[in-house]
Design a protein around this ligand. Sequence first.
Ligand SMILES: *Cc1c(COP(=O)(O)O)cnc(C)c1O
Length: 339
Amino acid sequence: MIDFRSDTVTKPSDAMRTAMAQAEVGDDVYGEDPSINALEAQAAKLLGKDAGLFVSSGTQSNLLAILAHCQRGDEYLVGQQAHAYLFEAGGAAVLGSVQPQPVMLDTNGLFDLDQLDSAIKRQPSMHHFAHSKLLCLENTHDGKVLPQEYVTDAQTLAHEHGLGLHLDGARMWNASVAGGQAPAETAAGFDTVSVCLSKGLGAPVGSVVVGRQDLVDEARRWRKMVGGGMRQAGILAAAGSHALSNNIDRLAQDHANAIRLAEGLAKLPGVSVDGPHTNMQFVSFDGLDPAVLAEKLAAEDILVFAGSPMRLVCHLDISTKDVERALGTFSSAVTELVG
Ligand SMILES: *Cc1c(COP(=O)(O)O)cnc(C)c1O
């Protein structure tokens, strides 16, 4: 099976399972799970922050960070198309009474900073307004890396208005590797950063929120409240530590595979490719129904979502050989369907 649907579909390797089986564990609600404590320290160090908190998912990680920064009646500024607004079931509003202020992102995943500036509510004494408290950026966004200069400008703007800064860095590792930056550089200037272990890094479960000690402490209290206080979860944390130690640099291979895939697909009749952007690309087909194509591919054990455009994601369970085989299958299927 070659599964291009997402980098969330990766399965733990034998080496990762061994690390899990051998993990020392304890009751993490008492702070006594050595594997979780080690993972939190490892992530914090790698990202250049005071502290870390192991959580169940990227959604929980973003939620806890927003709740740590914002009180009831505050608001966070976030991309209209960003995960922390669009794909998290309204958690900050429902569970924190925190209002999102979405602002459009352009096709590169960037705010127009003038537009962002004018969306910040700047008269806190005005009793009509929610209090603007937090700016959330997302890196990568749909695989696209935020330019460092833009990040710095957005951070400066946030500081001018006294806003906290949160990075949804679910796929931040891909940005670091693609940009030749250390993870701590990509994470620099943010008060809190959420990173996923369960996407390109290949762990079965988990995210870490890292940041300033007081914010991570506050996030820990919220994690307990939403039922995220786990006990001997060091078995899961050991997978995360294994992922951080072994699977970051190899993301370059996924990026190289994505380039090979994009080059091959772009040569097919009626096919246009947006990307690749790190490990992702978005493919449009002229004169064929993506659902029919997806069915043909599935018959050859190649899985894609039949979207338009079709998002294809490279990850550690897709080898260069897999990419070559997939290109052959795409080629015959597209040629047959387009005629
Ligand atoms: C996947 C993702 C999340 C959420 O992670 P889950 O573990 O699926 O909850 C958050 N932000 C971005 C940008 C993501 O891609």
